[in-house]
Write a protein that binds this ligand. Structure first.
Ligand code: IMP
Length: 431
């Protein structure tokens, strides 16, 4: 297997950062293919904590090429600050180690402002609970053909005309929302200034990656968010604005779908969600509280408390199918230590009918009642386990039952944030 795609299989925050970091040691290139700095990836390496938003997790490993693909929306000011912060931690980032696709659309300050203004203006029930970082409005401008893209930064005349085109749309919208019109000249000046810091990293990523692939280099595609936040297959409209599922890896960098050899889904041993929207197995009782506390479930980007619930195998079956998962990495099993009984959702009851998937219609989703299977818990600690032999019998039973229910095998098991605390079953990069 040469190229591996890693995607979140739930609502994000499954612990992708650690797994991507673990796999990146075996890869030559690490590429982001969707999302933006709404993602928050925490890496713990030798006790040192790195927090990344827009940068691919590969940057903290020396000798790798990190790539930001065209499927991403990029806030250039945020990126420059993130690079500075990571450099302060002793990590070297140069145009040899970081490449940004020239056709990547930019997130401008007007996108964040619009995102936040809309959320504030939304009535109860229509709020999405976004990260407020301008992701949605930036993707809207991409499909609306009015983005400023990385390549536009190289020419002042083109840049000004791109900004004018965007403002033709944004100024009337801002007037409607009661926000001041954009100071065109100030925005262009800001962009011309940041251009000098972004352009050195700009490259025809599609070309570089195709060449790398032909020369036998291993590419790791790093997903952000999770499949249930996918713009098409997620719990719409409470989703992010990009395709999150594995197929996006190809279009998000400009490589053929046949270049993807293995899809690894990252799956938390229970379920969490930040932001609004349906969550059939959500727990608002002491068990939910306990999952949140033991799992330290607070958003890395917004600091918001995550909603917590039991493992939903019906939803997982769905995301394993839409991403074509070859295997999963199961994370945070240790958070379940000490529960007497564990519940797993295996199907839904909709008005007396048993469904093995979550229907698309919002009204039906609201009426779906989870059908649970109960499994015995374990009292021993699984934290830091490095082999199956270290796991209690009931923990192994839980993992095996999860595999059966979601119809996808466990390739990796992560038992703490430390990279060494990982049980390898199948190496996604194995030839
Ligand atoms: P947006 O991506 O900021 O537009 O937010 C849309 C939805 O996706 C909200 O529910 C966010 O909480 C959620 N979301 C976006 N990025 C992440 C992430 O990295 N982890 C978890 N949820 C996310």
């Amino acid at each position: 297997m040469a190229n591996v795609v890693v995607v979140g299989a739930q609502w994000g925050d499954e612990g992708k950062g650690k797994i991507v970091d673990w796999l990146s040691e075996r890869a030559d290139v690490i590429a982001r293919f969707q999302g933006g700095h709404n993602a928050g990836h925490t890496l713990v390496i030798d006790g040192k904590v790195y927090k990344l938003n827009a940068l691919p997790s590969g940057v903290v490993r020396g000798g790798k090429l990190s790539v930001i693909g065209n499927g991403v929306v990029l806030d250039p000011w945020h990126l420059v600050r993130e690079i500075a912060a990571i450099r302060d931690q002793g990590v070297e980032i140069t145009p040899e180690t970081l490449m940004i696709a020239e056709n990547t659309p930019l997130i401008l300050p007007i996108h964040g402002e619009l995102d936040r203004a809309r959320e504030e203006a939304a009535s109860a029930g229509t709020k999405i609970g976004t990260t407020g970082r301008g992701i949605g409005p930036a993707y809207e401008d991409k499909v609306g053909r009015r983005s400023v893209r990385v390549a536009d930064l190289a020419d002042a005349t083109t840049l000004a005309s791109r900004v004018d085109r965007a403002l033709q749309h944004h100024n009337p919208l801002r007037r409607g929302l009661g926000i001041a019109e954009v100071d065109r000249d100030a925005l262009i000046a800001q962009l011309n200034e940041i251009a000098q810091q972004i352009l050195p990293y700009a490259a025809p990523v599609w070309k570089v990656l195709n060449e790398q692939r032909k020369s036998g280099k291993r590419i790791l595609f790093e997903g952000a968010q999770g499949a249930l936040l996918d713009i098409d297959f997620g719990t719409y409209p409470f989703v992010t604005s990009s395709n999150v599922i594995a197929g996006q890896a190809a279009t998000g960098v400009g490589i053929g779908p046949g270049s993807i050899d293995y899809v690894l889904g990252i799956v938390k041993a229970y379920t969490t969600r930040v932001g609004e929207g349906p969550f059939p197995t959500e727990l608002t009782d002491a068990d939910g509280q306990r999952l949140g506390e033991r799992g330290r479930e607070f958003g890395t980007v917004t600091g918001r408390k995550r909603r917590c619930g039991w493992f939903d195998a019906a939803l997982l079956r769905q995301t394993c199918a839409t991403s074509g998962m070859n295997g999963i990495a199961l994370t945070k099993l240790d958070v379940l230590d000490g529960f007497e009984t564990l519940k797993v959702c295996v199907a839904y009851d909709l008005d007396g009918e048993r469904l093995d998937y979550l229907p698309t219609a919002a009204e039906q989703q609201r009426r779906c009642v989870p059908v649970y299977e109960e499994l015995p818990g374990w009292s021993e600690s699984t934290e830091g386990a490095r082999s199956w032999a270290d796991l209690p019998a009931n923990a192994i039973k839980y993992v095996r039952r999860v595999e059966e229910l979601i119809e996808c095998p466990v390739a990796l098991l992560s038992t703490s944030p430390e990279r060494e605390d990982t049980i390898l079953v199948t190496d996604p990069f194995a030839d």
